[in-house]
Each structure stands twice: as structure tokens, then as C-alpha cells.
Design a protein around this ligand. Structure first.
Ligand code: ADP
Ligand code: ZN
Ligand code: ZN
Length: 747
């Protein structure tokens, strides 16, 4: 006899969907699913008027307050748990910190290949022992002959056939096979099509590992080891120029963790995830998993499984590897912690550094933040004692940092009465290097040939019809392009305004630099490296290989060339214009410029021949440029921090940016004003709102953009102020709103 309804202990599930606002919704778990549902698996459930997939975040037997209206879950998607309790918690923290939905945060934690089970297929398994299942079938009448045949075929092929394959083999319909599932005799599970064949890589042996650590390295390692031993959350700033031995410290700290049976995650900027970096880690740790965007979805899924199953000891990856499902995680390393690529620019707009710190705190493990130019955020945290600073002040083997020569381009152009791209000083340095058989790197963070076109008669300037951005002329393609959307067109032969034929191109991009180099050094071979020429991974590898082999004399490129490359034969590095970064309307412009010059400087002076850096600028007196030229990070950071304090900018204050965009300018303005009023009405002390004002890029892909900047003395008041406008910003019909916490992009 069935127990009366109220005696059954009902199971309730809380489910988080990929929507921006809410946290989790409650559902009833029907009895047939009770054995399969678990927190960390995905489920399908009615959501509004549709059927949606969400993450089960918890189960309970106590009915939620609104239980009378609850709906039932339709089904359970995953056969295995994808997110453990720790990851579910981390997701909730992210949702709160970044004002995103819990489900959105969890979605970001799983690679698409894992979510889609790429490389997996659905297979039928018996849900009960074969004898028991067949016994049930005895009671079936003659009309269930087909179903019986399906069941018998399933018993013969347990775990090997999909629904359609079983239907075919048994000569029945898919619906008949489906009825076995409904009766609770069979279940569908997703299994890998290929056994994960993870090669154990033979260790690479071309790296020396037998040297003694320097005094500073030993001290750093001792401090980190102590935290590992104590199983304590402790963040370290490993502060040292390129070549000061930071990576060696990472490697030895990871060794300690792995030897004790733990796992380590190493985050690197996507662009420096080169074979060089990976093979250096592989030399010490044969069981490495990689997670980055150049992997196919199937490969990523396999790597993810290897981490989850515990067979990978070390995970190296870009931003999202901070979510690696390493159950025995003992250490997180973030190399080049100041890099912007650790911030995700779509919702949830998280910063991997902050997520890593939170994850480490939850797990009581140390974090190493390594860099030559700490972000002001990390520098500030170290000053306030939240992060322990470990300095590696010298390059190993005593090589000096290269001298930096500053060229005033206003003077240069005044004296030569022309728009010069390569100054006489840089030309002289290049000539000396090239004639002695050395190589040169020239950096300019603008691709294309000319950065704007204008009419000599009426002053018309070529702008993208959809964005408020000047068009860039690409001579090799003979196109003018917008670098913010996909607009491109043939360059006009006459002015669209006045018909004058004299439309001229101004400003220099990498294409034009290559031209200049060819004109000055006709016998030198020149290669260009930017996103126009480096469309494939292969092109990238080949260009670098040719340069390494000395087949190329001069390498011209955008920021692609300043990260992590090590060419001992490069003795001159030129920064064509340090002003590109400096002149952006962004309170971090100085910090970016300092980073850039420091990184560029790290690309030379690596060999016995030494090297020199030439920085061209029209603002030679700017303190970011002067301190960078002296390799004096501390002076720069102290002064910059004072500056930020005076103006109430991060890291001293907390900031959020609200972007409102839409095709109807009036509506955008009106919504922005309403958001401002609502922010004012929240009345949180110390909160300061700037704007609304048009964004620097005031129109993008046909949509107008308005900005509000919210500054607050601490995180709690920032959250309190934003909480009041969250709904308004994120749910305003024709106008779309974004809240970016700790924004890095101010454009
Ligand atoms: P960073 O990561 O700071 O750029 P690395 O750890 O890559 O520095 O060190 C630079 C080079 O010096 C590497 O080739 C490394 O193998 C070597 N190296 C590191 N520490 C020492 C040491 N204590 N003695 C000798 N060579 C070292
Ligand atoms: Zn004109
Ligand atoms: Zn555009």
C-alpha cells in the first residue's frame, strides 16, 4: 500500500539558470529523478514559458515557503557531477561580486566542450540488475512483446548502444525504447566516444635544473613553502624583472605541492602560452593539462576530464583555467598578474586574479602573483600588508637591464620639418645593430598603414558609419577599415563632402613602419606581426621561427611581439610611439605606458651583446616615461598611487562603470538619467557618481553608448549603491545596460 501523500519525504531542488538577475529557483524533484539528481549537475526545467537548462545548486527536503506553486523538474542532463560544492560556492561569490547571475557564473566556469559533452555520446544502460529487469518483464502481457524484445536486446548490449541503435537492432520504435527509460529499467548516460588517451609526455631535458637558487630566490621559496606546509591562504607578490628567476621559483613551489600529492594551476596571459613556456613546465612535470582557447572543444573536454579525474598534476592555462576542476588544488600561480587579459569583458565580467584569490582563500592555499610591473591593485595590497612582497631585484647571472634612450619627436619633427616615423637616433641604433649582424624589434600598437584620412579642402574625416571611430587605411588590402566593428570599404578617391580629389592619409600604423624600414635599410629583411598578418597559429609560429633563425632582421609588430619572447640576438628595440597608450582618456594610461616600456625593454639585452631601447614620444617629460626609462617601478608606483588617492580612483577607491547602449539616442540618455537619479536616491555615504556622459567610443556598431562612473570608498558601499539600480540597468527594454565592476576598459 502507498503511504499517504504527506508522509512521502519530498525532494526540492534549487536551480540556477543562465540569466543575469536572480540566484536560484526552487522546483519539485519527481520521484523517478530522485536517484539521479545531485548538486553540480545540470537539469532541465520549465522556466517562464520555455524549457531551460540550469544548474542544480542544492537539494533539500524542507519545502521552500512558496512550495504550493512549485513546478517539477523535467529531467537530469548530466550523469556525473560537473561542479563540486566548492565550485558552486565560488560561483555564488562571483555572482555577488560582479552582479551577475549565479547560473551565468557557473556557466563561465565550464568550458563549452564540457557543457556540450563534445566527444561524448549518449548510451543506454540497464538501471537494475539484468535478472531483476527480466523478471519485471514476465508480468507484461502479450501486447508488450516489442518492449520485451527491446529489454532483452538491451540486456545483451548493456552500455554499448544509443537509443536509435537499440531500436534498430531490436526492430522496435524509439518510443518503445523510451518506455524502458520511463519505466525506470534503463537510463541514458553520456560516455566518451574515445578513451581519453593521454600521452605521458617524455620529459624534455634541455633545461638546466641543477643550479642553486640565488639568495633572493631561496628566501621567496622558503616563504611560499611555509604557507604550503601550513595549508594557509597567503597571497605573495613575486616582484622581479624578466630574467630574475621568477619562473624557477614557481617551478620549485609547484614541485613541492605535487610531491605532496597536490595539484597546481598556473595562469598565464593567453598570448604567452607558447610552446616555449609549456615545454619548460613539461621538463619538470610530465602530467600537464592545458586549457586555452586554441584547443578544440573536444580536446578541452579531454583535458578538463584529466584534471577532474586527478591524472593531471599541473594545469597551465589562460584566464578561465582559474576554474580548473582540480580537487587536490594546493597552489595557484598567476604569471604576469598585471595583464589585462585576466579580465573577462563579457558577463560575468570577472578578473581571474580576484577569483583566484577568493578560491585560494576558500581552500586555504597560497597564491603567487608574479610580475615585473605589479598592477597598482596588487602593489597597493602589498603596501597594506594584505599581500606579502617577495623581491627578486636582479637578473640572474648579473645581466644588466638595457639602457633606455628617449627621443623627443616634437623636436625631431621640427628640426626635420617633416612627419618622421623613425627618428635619427633610432635609425643610427638600427644601422649599428644590423651592420654587426644583430636584430631589431620595432613596436607600434596600431595596425594598418594610416590611422585616419581627411580632406585637404573641407576637413572631412573618414569615420565608420556605424561607430564614432576614424577609419584606418590598410594599403595591402586597399581598404579602409573600422577597428571596432566589421565595416570596411574601398578608400574614397574624392571627398564625399565636397568632391575634392585630395583625400590624404595621416598617422602611422605597422604597415607604414615596415615601408619606412625598407626605405632606410633596403637590404634588411623585414617581417610584420599583427593581427592582419597573423591570422593563423601557423603564421605566428613561422614568423617567430624565422626570426629566431636569423632569416628576418627586423620584426615590426603590435603588442603581440612584446610578451615573453626571448631572442638573445636582438640588441635594439624601438617604441615608435609611446603616446598611443598615454593619450587615451583612461586613468590607467600612465600605468599602461609604464608596463609597455618595461615589457619592451625586457625583449632586449638578453644575450651577451647587451642591448638598447629607443622610446619615441612627444611627451618626454611624463613621469611614466621617465621612470620606465630608469627601470624604476617603485618610484612610478608610489607617485601613481598618490595620484589615484587624490582623485579617488582605484585601487584606493572602488569603482564600477555602467554602460547604457541602444539605437535610440534619446532613450539611452533618458535611461542614463534615471539610473543617475536612482543612484542618488540610494543615499549610500561616500558614493560619488560621474556622468552620465557619452562614452569615449560614443557610438559602436550603430548603437549609442552612455557611461556612468560610480566611485565608492570601499566594496561594501559600492555594492550597496549598485544593488539599488541593478534591476533598472539590466532590464530596460530598448536600452541595454552593463555593470562592470572594477572596470579595466574605460573606452
Ligand atoms: P623570469 O621568470 O623572472 O623571467 P626565469 O625563471 O625564466 O626568470 O629565469 C631566467 C633564466 O635564468 C632561465 O633560463 C632560468 O633557467 C635561469 N635561472 C633561474 N634561476 C637561476 C639560478 N638560480 N641560477 C642560474 N640560472 C637560473
Ligand atoms: Zn572635402
Ligand atoms: Zn565601426
Amino acid at each position: 500500500m502507498k503511504p499517504p501523500e504527506d508522509k512521502i519525504r519530498r525532494l526540492y531542488a534549487q536551480v540556477a539558470f543562465k540569466v543575469p538577475l536572480a540566484n536560484a529557483y526552487s522546483y519539485i524533484v519527481p520521484e523517478r529523478l530522485a536517484g539521479r539528481i545531485a548538486p553540480g549537475k545540470r537539469v532541465e526545467a520549465p522556466f517562464g514559458s520555455r524549457r531551460a537548462t540550469g544548474y542544480c545548486v542544492s537539494l533539500s527536503t524542507t519545502p521552500p515557503p512558496t512550495s504550493a506553486l512549485l513546478k517539477e523538474i523535467y529531467g537530469v542532463v548530466d550523469s556525473e557531477v560537473l561542479l563540486d560544492a566548492h565550485m558552486l560556492d565560488l560561483g555564488r561569490w562571483m555572482a555577488e561580486r560582479y552582479l551577475a547571475g549565479w547560473g551565468e557564473a557557473l556557466e563561465a566556469a565550464l568550458p563549452a566542450g564540457v557543457r556540450c559533452q563534445t566527444g561524448n555520446r549518449n548510451v543506454l544502460f540497464l538501471a537494475r540488475p539484468a535478472s531483476e529487469a527480466l523478471e519485471t518483464a514476465v508480468t507484461w502481457g502479450a501486447r508488450a512483446a516489442k518492449r520485451r524484445r527491446a529489454l532483452e536486446t538491451l540486456v545483451e548490449n548493456d552500455g554499448r548502444l544509443s537509443v536509435s541503435a537499440l531500436a534498430e537492432r531490436a526492430g522496435v520504435s524509439s518510443a518503445t525504447v523510451g518506455s524502458l527509460v520511463k519505466l525506470g529499467l534503463a537510463v541514458v548516460r553520456s560516455v566518451p566516444t574515445v578513451r581519453s588517451r593521454r600521452r605521458r609526455e617524455p620529459p624534455v631535458r634541455d633545461y638546466r635544473v641543477d643550479f642553486d637558487l640565488t639568495r633572493e630566490q631561496s628566501w621567496a621559496l622558503r616563504r611560499i613553502s611555509a604557507a604550503i606546509d601550513q595549508k594557509a591562504f597567503r597571497p605573495f607578490l613575486l616582484f622581479g624583472v624578466t630574467g630574475s628567476g621568477k619562473t624557477e621559483v614557481y617551478l620549485r613551489a609547484i614541485e613541492k605541492v605535487v610531491r605532496a600529492g597536490g595539484q597546481a594551476v598556473v595562469l598565464v596571459p593567453e598570448i604567452s602560452l607558447t610552446p616555449q613556456t609549456v615545454s619548460r613546465f613539461r621538463a619538470r612535470f610530465p602530467n600537464i593539462a592545458l586549457l586555452h582557447s586554441h584547443l578544440s572543444a573536444g580536446k578541452r573536454h579531454r583535458e578538463w576530464r584529466a584534471i577532474a579525474s586527478g591524472s593531471a598534476d599541473v594545469v597551465i592555462g589562460a584566464r578561465s583555467a582559474v576554474f580548473a576542476p582540480a580537487a587536490r588544488l594546493g597552489l595557484i600561480v598567476i604569471d604576469e598578474e598585471h595583464e589585462n587579459t585576466f579580465k573577462q569583458e563579457t558577463s560575468p565580467r570577472y578578473h581571474a586574479r580576484d577569483v583566484a584569490l577568493r578560491r585560494a582563500e576558500m581552500l586555504s592555499i597560497p597564491v603567487i602573483l608574479g610580475t615585473a610591473t605589479p598592477s597598482l591593485e596588487t602593489f597597493h595590497a602589498a603596501k597594506s600588508g594584505l599581500v606579502e612582497r617577495l623581491d627578486l631585484p636582479f637578473r640572474v647571472e648579473g645581466r644588466a637591464l638595457p639602457p633606455v634612450e628617449i627621443v623627443d619627436m616634437r623636436e625631431e619633427r621640427a628640426e626635420r620639418k617633416a612627419f618622421t616615423i623613425i627618428s635619427r637616433r633610432l635609425e643610427y641604433r638600427m644601422k649599428k645593430a644590423l651592420s654587426a649582424g644583430f636584430q631589431v624589434i620595432l613596436f607600434l600598437n596600431r595596425r594598418g598603414f594610416a590611422t585616419y584620412l581627411t580632406c585637404r579642402r573641407c576637413g572631412w574625416v573618414g569615420k565608420c558609419p556605424q561607430c564614432d571611430i576614424t577609419l584606418t587605411f590598410h594599403r595591402s588590402k586597399n581598404l579602409v577599415e573600422c577597428h571596432y566593428c566589421d565595416y570596411s570599404a574601398r578608400p574614397p578617391t574624392e571627398c564625399p563632402e565636397c568632391g575634392h580629389p585630395n583625400v590624404r592619409f595621416f598617422g602611422a600604423g605597422t604597415e607604414r613602419v615596415v615601408d619606412e624600414v625598407r626605405a632606410l635599410f633596403p637590404t634588411a629583411s623585414v617581417a610584420r606581426m599583427d593581427s592582419d598578418t597573423m591570422k593563423t597559429r601557423h603564421a605566428y609560429t613561422k614568423t617567430l621561427r624565422d626570426f629566431r633563425r636569423g632569416l628576418t632582421d627586423v620584426l615590426v609588430g603590435t603588442q603581440m611581439i612584446v610578451k615573453g619572447l626571448d631572442f638573445p640576438n636582438v640588441t635594439v628595440v624601438g617604441v615608435i610611439s609611446a603616446d598611443v597608450a598615454l593619450n587615451l582618456p583612461d586613468f590607467r594610461a600612465g600605468e599602461r605606458t609604464f608596463d609597455l616600456i618595461s615589457q619592451v625593454a625586457g625583449r632586449t639585452g638578453r644575450g651577451p651583446a647587451g642591448g638598447v631601447v629607443v622610446v619615441q614620444t612627444i611627451t618626454p617629460g611624463h613621469f611614466a616615461i621617465r621612470t620606465a626609462a630608469r627601470h624604476d617601478y617603485l618610484s612610478f608606483a608610489e607617485r601613481e598611487l598618490e595620484h589615484r588617492k587624490d582623485l579617488g580612483y582605484p585601487p584606493v577607491a572602488k569603482m564600477a562603470r555602467i554602460i547604457l547602449r541602444g539605437s535610440d539616442l534619446e532613450k539611452v540618455k533618458k535611461t542614463a538619467a534615471r539610473v543617475r537619479d536612482a543612484l542618488g536616491a540610494t543615499g549610500v555615504a561616500g558614493v560619488n557618481v560621474l556622468g552620465p556622459a557619452p562614452a569615449f567610443i560614443s557610438r559602436l556598431s550603430g548603437r549609442h553608448r552612455y557611461n556612468l562612473i560610480v566611485k565608492a570608498p570601499d566594496r561594501a558601499s559600492l555594492s550597496a549603491a549598485l544593488d539599488g539600480v541593478r534591476k533598472l540597468v539590466k532590464s530596460t527594454g530598448n536600452v541595454q545596460g552593463v555593470i562592470d565592476i572594477d572596470p579595466l576598459s574605460m573606452l
